[in-house]
Ligand binder design. Sequence first.
Ligand SMILES: [Zn+2]
Length: 486
Amino acid sequence: MKRIICLLCALALFGGFCPAVSAQSEPLTDGRSRYEMDVTLDTDASRLTETVTVTFANRSGQPWEQVCFTDFVPAVQEHAQPGAYTSAVTAVTGGDGGALEYVSDREQCLLTATLPQPLEPGAVTSVTIRYEADVPQTQGERFQQASFPGSSGVTYRLCQFYPMLCPWRDGAFVHHPYAFSGEAFFTECADYRLRLRLPEQFTVIASGDELLAETEDGQALWQIVGENMRDLVITATTEFAQPFTGQVDGVTINSWGTPEQAGQAERSLQIAMNSVELFDRLFGQYPYDELDICVAYMPGSAGGIEYPGLVEIIQADVSGEATFAAAVAHETAHQWFYAVVGNDQYDEPFLDEGFASFCEYLYREYVLGESREDLAADIDGVRAYMDLLIDQPGFQLDLTYGDYQQADGDGSGLHYYFAIYELSDVFFWQMRQAMGDQAFYGMLRSWYESQRFGTPTIDQFLTHLSDASGGDSAVSALVSQYMTRA
Ligand SMILES: [Zn+2]
């Protein structure tokens, strides 16, 4: 029922939708930025044409003369095949429709627009960006078109496909380089209304609610609404069968794959349902109506990728059954720790990856029924080799993605992997032992409740941890042991 009402509301809103006019006339919800997007996917040319209107408030304490947007498309295009693909900002206009001066730096993946007059703290304005981009025909990128081996269809994975307003922190817009290994992005929760036109044989799966509004002359119009989400991702496919669908705590979970992947999609649904039930109980309610699980063709991936309301999982026949199952639990956990409680994934990856990684242990214990003794033995195994590394630079939990890369020196990603995916498991396991289950889960529940839809920092988490543990010396000793800050 909730979903139907939501879609009806969305339709009503779309009825009067006109980006340049409506942008400033409609107030922002709770001060969140709003993206209103008209997107056409030309599948013959594999090219996107976008009109993106972002309406936003200056929530800093100082006037803004310029505003910055991250545009990751050029990085992915160059990575896929240098020089083969193009993208371009073709116009930038302000809230009154007047042209704005702008600099589109493809190398830095940064678009900077100069506002017609400084935007004072608390004031609201909008910027409309017209944008075009080739979607690379490649494998293993998050912005690509590809086909599963042996398939006659095609799947477009459209992630970070639009200019994204940079968050403001510590007196500046925050902009990080694109991370090819691991997810390391930083965006704030916003409201999205997107109209997508593409050939009618495509099925559209997206963050938020998606609705096929009309078809005409072989073209379809899809409407996508995402409320209070920190990103919006789209999968457009002619390869997928009907989804396996279930309900948990009022949330609809859809698990998608090709007809040949029906077994995996069915197992994914069960794992995701068990995960949502578990994490709802341990941390607090998943706030959105829907969660989509998609099999994705991404050779070289570690297992899966998380987005708000949608996760992608590598094929089980490629990853192996255990990795696939862990990936579904892990990426589902990211809905709590990344999608809802956000963070700067580049500067502080521990806050989402560390939490989600530890959630795999919780899934094994509470859903699969593995004994604590067996899990403790696994943790001891990890700890044994982490003890050899922990005193070396680059293996602490509170470093940046860039710090880990620098410590590698060779692009291997090993420091990031060991610290964020292995050491964090030991850290949380020992913390749980030190605090006891009741206090430990209480601490995580109050963290989730107090930081929902925000982007807290590690410093805030450590303050929360200290408060929740009553300044327990065993807990602070763990922090000192595994982090550079005490
Ligand atoms: Zn993860």
